[in-house]
Design a protein around this ligand. Structure first.
Ligand SMILES: [Fe+2]
Length: 311
């Protein structure tokens, strides 16, 4: 990172009330990630080239069959800049995962950002932080879903519309959350078009970041332009306790058929320490096990849709 800018706060418009809102409500803040020089097109291009195979994800949707099918791509011989160009023309999304594990300057940035949050929010202690880069085509969409840890989305270039739905049983039941936590589902979550009437929408512009409440369902729609975004994840003790409670309830429901399990994240339902340590290990394995082996297409910036079939 450009050391000249290290002393500048990454969040430029933090106000006292954000301490109370963070993690409880959707909040949009302004950031200075562009000043680090780590997210120019050139830097992101280099990052694509440096990304280990195991942390590289490239996806699209094929409309060849009866029903649209998710397909997986590879970089091939394309440079990072060519890949960005291809994504700009096509209908794809590329995930550069866990950047902090293999690019030290991004790890430094991640630490700086969360030190800043921890300094601003009394008692906040984060761990298992994660930073990734998402490069996605004009009009690409991420369907309705919820995530298991604290999330933030930082816009670098392009514009995306983010729909954040209320965190209530109407929009996502405890059972659905348990399914996500127990990783029983890859399917889309139950969604109705009228949900959008109750969503808060944000058109996220370059230089803006968005964070929302734990488990709040959301969906994302790119505007008609290439999008480069940074995704960050974090855990705190309360997030972990909530995870353990939902996980525990999910197991109880499945083994004992309990219907009305409590989801308060403190008290007797929180898993004992030993059990949560085991759970932790299991989770690490599940996250590592995401690697896709077969590839359906390759980046081809010379083609109209930016890709070529390889099967
Ligand atoms: Fe998400």
């Amino acid at each position: 990172m450009n050391s000249m800018n290290m002393h500048r706060d990454i969040i430029s418009d933090w106000q006292a009330q954000h301490e109370r809102l963070f993690g409880q409500h959707a909040i949009k803040l302004r950031h200075r990630l562009a000043e680090t020089g780590l997210f120019t097109r050139e830097s992101v291009g280099k990052l694509i080239e440096r990304c280990p195979q195991s942390h590289f994800g490239l996806e699209s949707v094929s409309f060849d069959g009866e029903t649209p099918k998710r397909i997986y791509g590879e970089l091939g011989n394309a440079t990072g800049l060519e890949a960005i160009e291809a994504i700009e023309k096509g209908r794809m999304w590329m995930n550069i995962r866990r950047v902090m594990d293999w690019a030290p300057e991004y790890n430094d940035l991640l630490n700086k950002i969360f030190s800043e949050f921890e300094a601003r929010m009394d008692g906040l202690k984060t761990f298992k932080r994660n930073i990734g880069v998402l490069i996605s085509s004009p009009n690409a969409k991420v369907p309705y879903h919820a995530d298991i840890q604290g999330q933030s989305l930082w816009q670098i270039s392009g514009v995306k519309r983010v729909f954040i739905y209320p965190r209530s049983d109407v929009f996502m039941s405890s059972k659905s959350i348990e399914k996500i936590l127990l990783r029983e589902t890859n399917e889309d979550m139950p969604y109705r078009a009228w949900f959008d009437d109750y969503a808060t929408t944000f058109d996220l512009q370059p230089g803006e970041m968005l964070t929302w409440p734990l488990y709040a369902p959301h969906k994302v729609e790119n505007h008609d332009c290439l999008n480069i975004s940074v995704t960050m994840e974090h855990w705190t003790k309360p997030i972990w306790n909530s995870y353990a409670v939902h996980y525990g309830n999910g197991v109880l429901r499945r083994t004992l058929g309990l219907q009305n399990t409590s989801t308060s994240d403190h008290g007797l339902h929180v898993y004992p320490k030993a059990a949560s340590a085991l759970l932790w290990k299991k989770m690490g394995r599940q996250i590592d096990g995401d690697v896709v082996k077969t590839r359906d297409f390759r980046i081809a910036p010379e083609n109209a849709d930016g890709r070529v079939s390889v099967r």
